[in-house]
Design a protein around this ligand. Sequence first.
Ligand SMILES: C[S@@+](CC[C@H](N)C(=O)[O-])C[C@H]1O[C@@H](n2cnc3c(N)ncnc32)[C@H](O)[C@@H]1O
Ligand SMILES: [Zn+2]
Length: 277
Amino acid sequence: MYICPVCKKRLKKLDNVWHCQNGHSFDIARKGYVNLLTTNKRNPKNCGDNAEMVKARTDFLDKGHYLLLAQKIAGIAAKELNSTKCPIVIDSGCGEGFYTCIYARELSYAKIFGVDISKAAVSHCMTRVHNQGISNCEFAVASSFELPFGKGMADMVISTFAPVSNDEYARVLKKGGKLIVVSPSPRHLFELKSIAYDEPYENKPNKYGLNKFDMKDEEIYEYKCHLESSKDILDLFSMTPYMYKTSAEGIQRLKDLTELEVTCGFCIQVYNKKSGF
Ligand SMILES: C[S@@+](CC[C@H](N)C(=O)[O-])C[C@H]1O[C@@H](n2cnc3c(N)ncnc32)[C@H](O)[C@@H]1O
Ligand SMILES: [Zn+2]
């Protein structure tokens, strides 16, 4: 299914190695994923979430606070895939695999490929699939801006809180392929921001420049979530970009909390790939 990140020829799996016809080879790690980032792309400044961020995300997601969202996305994906036989779905910027494993379970007839630029995140995806006995998922370390898949191989790409690539998603999707993009709604985590900042602001809609796609549907999906411990609050905070923009006083105010009722708000967009791309 993968293509070689160096010469773009198809990769074939032989024992524990993916090879292309030009002699490039990529070992499958002991945990079962493959690293398809070429050495010159392994820039430490741009290698995605580190192990600490992955742990905070895992601890938070495992509490189930975003389970409703994951199930909601899986439901939309199932509806959009409709009667497609053995569909191929890419979870682009899949993180530590919480959502990917839910897609795999809810879309058990599909083959799911998770891709993330963070090795720590992809390694944790493998822990999840092993623990949950999931067999319709594969994971690779790779960039969403250079996906390791051939042209027109996928039925659907899903991107949740991750970088979005107009060109790559259009390239890997089949004619009529679908794209689901999930981003924060204007009110997402507003209560948390009200504690951290003197003047909290609503999130502005992301502009992705998806000119190779037509938007089919857009929905704001919101619910309240009760965080019952300081750890949950800080894990959630460390999953957000606010972590890098908050003053020491703001962080201290968050650390002093022991519980918080917070709005979880998501903007879920569904796109059709335009014909001609
Ligand atoms: C906010 S997290 C979201 C992860 C997951 N989708 C979730 O919602 O739990 C963003 C993810 O994008 C990954 N990422 C950042 N830049 C990337 C890139 N160029 N290609 C692929 N993944 C990337 C990070 O490593 C991180 O796992
Ligand atoms: Zn090659």
